[in-house]
Structure formats: structure tokens, C-alpha cells
Design a protein around this ligand. Structure first.
Ligand code: GSH
Length: 231
């Protein structure tokens, strides 16, 4: 049986990490037997990150995209029924969610003082008190540096909201009256987009972005459908 190594559940999500949530969604959709094992520390994983899956022969497959490829290799087509054009559009939505929107979620959690106070406790309570302050301050400093490097960390709050707004509108437009991005059943794009939006709306202290998504009838209903169908 496949074992999914994941960060723990929390804030209404399968995992604190949207990439782990995505992997859980893909596993559920695939119908393959699997179990989860929650980890605190990803450093022993091949990429030093989560999610990863362990196969029966002990092989560890890191990265949600590789997990998808592995499950597809077992015969599951997450995009069954999609035209090659829609498969291309799906890929673009996945990249938009994972490589852009994800960082807004990271900024909301690690860059916002109210959220930081909560996640610091929630994520890192397992660390011995003696080193907790040092370790968490370093992790936060590194992530803030990464966001500065990406450019996102240089934007003001209103500029960040303005930057992500067209992504949110693109998702709502693609959804239209459909339950999921490409029709009435979830596909690979829903595993990514649903997980990232779920992470955004799940900010433990409300932010302008989490509020924007929560107030959006189409997006908030979509997140709930993704959790229901794939969680
Ligand atoms: N591209 C990777 C991204 C995974 C990722 O960024 N995981 C984060 C959690 S959301 C992580 O493990 N961070 C820990 C670290 O970087 O030390 C995937 O799709 O699996």
C-alpha cells in the first residue's frame, strides 16, 4: 500500500501544506489504496520537502507532480475525457495556482503578524522550547527572503491583492456554472487549484486575501466542493 508522507491536517484542510492536500486529493481520486503518515520534519525526504509517497518496495517518490505521474503510471488518467487543448489549459491553471497563488498563501501565513503568531505555535509546538524561537525565526527569515527574491515580498498589501485578482477571476470564469474546472467531476487541475484556494481561505486569522475568497460565492462554494469530493 502507498504511504503518503504529509504535514498534519489543520485549518479545515487535509494538510497545512496545499501540496500535501493536492497529493491527498490525487490519491483519493485515483482509487489506489493508501494511508497517511504525518511528519513534522521533511529534511530526510529526497527533496527535503513534503509531500512524498513511499511505495511497497521502499522507494520514496517526492513532489506532488511526481506523485501524479506515479499514479498515472499505475493507469489512472486524472484528465480522462479532456481534449488536448483542455489538458493544456489545465496545465496552465496548475502552474498559476502552484507557482503564483501558492506564494500569496505563504505570504499570508508567514508574513502577516497575526497569522504568524498562530502558525508558529500550531506548526512548531513539537520542537523543544529551548530551540523553538531560534528555529522558527530562521525559517521565517528564509521564507521572507525567498518572497523578496520572487518580488511578491516587495509589494504592498493592496498591490498583492491586485496581483492575484486576475487569477481568481480566471478560476471563476473557467468554472462558470460547472462544479469543477472541466465539468462535473474533478480533474488534476481541481486537485491543485482546490488545494491552493483551500489554503488561502484557511488562513487562521482573516487577511484581505482570505476574506476576498471567503466573500466570493463561486470560489468558496468551489473550495467546499473540492473538499467534499476529494478530501
Ligand atoms: N513542488 C513541490 C512543492 C512542495 C513544497 O513546497 N512543500 C513545502 C510545504 S507546502 C515544504 O515541504 N516545505 C518545507 C521546506 O521547504 O523546508 C510539490 O509539488 O510537491
Amino acid at each position: 500500500m502507498i504511504t503518503l508522507y504529509t504535514f498534519a491536517s489543520g485549518f479545515g484542510e487535509f494538510s497545512y501544506s496545499p501540496f500535501c492536500t493536492k497529493a491527498g486529493y490525487l490519491l483519493k481520486m485515483s482509487g489506489t489504496p493508501w494511508e497517511r503518515k504525518d511528519l513534522h520534519d521533511p529534511r530526510k525526504m529526497p527533496h527535503g520537502k513534503l509531500p512524498a509517497i513511499a511505495l511497497d518496495d521502499g522507494t520514496i517518490v517526492p513532489d506532488s507532480d511526481n506523485i501524479r505521474a506515479h499514479l498515472e503510471g499505475l493507469g489512472h488518467d486524472f484528465d480522462a475525457g479532456l481534449t488536448s487543448r483542455d489538458r493544456g489549459i489545465s496545465r496552465a491553471f496548475i502552474r498559476m495556482a502552484e507557482e503564483h497563488m501558492y506564494w500569496h498563501q505563504v505570504h499570508d501565513r508567514w508574513g502577516d503578524e497575526a497569522n504568524w503568531a498562530i502558525i508558529r505555535k500550531e506548526y512548531f509546538d513539537f520542537l523543544p522550547a529551548l530551540i523553538r524561537g531560534f528555529v522558527t525565526s530562521k525559517l521565517r527569515k528564509d521564507l521572507i527572503k525567498t518572497m523578496h527574491g520572487l518580488g511578491l515580498g516587495r509589494l504592498t498589501g493592496p498591490e498583492r491583492l491586485e496581483r492575484i485578482e486576475p487569477d481568481l477571476q480566471a478560476i471563476a470564469a473557467q468554472l462558470g456554472e460547472q462544479d469543477f474546472l472541466f465539468g462535473d467531476t474533478p480533474t488534476a487541475a481541481d486537485a491543485s487549484v482546490g488545494a491552493i484556494l483551500g489554503g488561502i481561505i484557511g488562513a487562521p486569522a482573516p487577511t484581505p486575501l482570505s476574506q476576498r475568497v471567503a466573500d466570493d460565492r463561486v470560489l468558496s462554494a468551489y473550495i467546499a466542493r473540492c473538499r467534499e469530493a476529494m478530501g
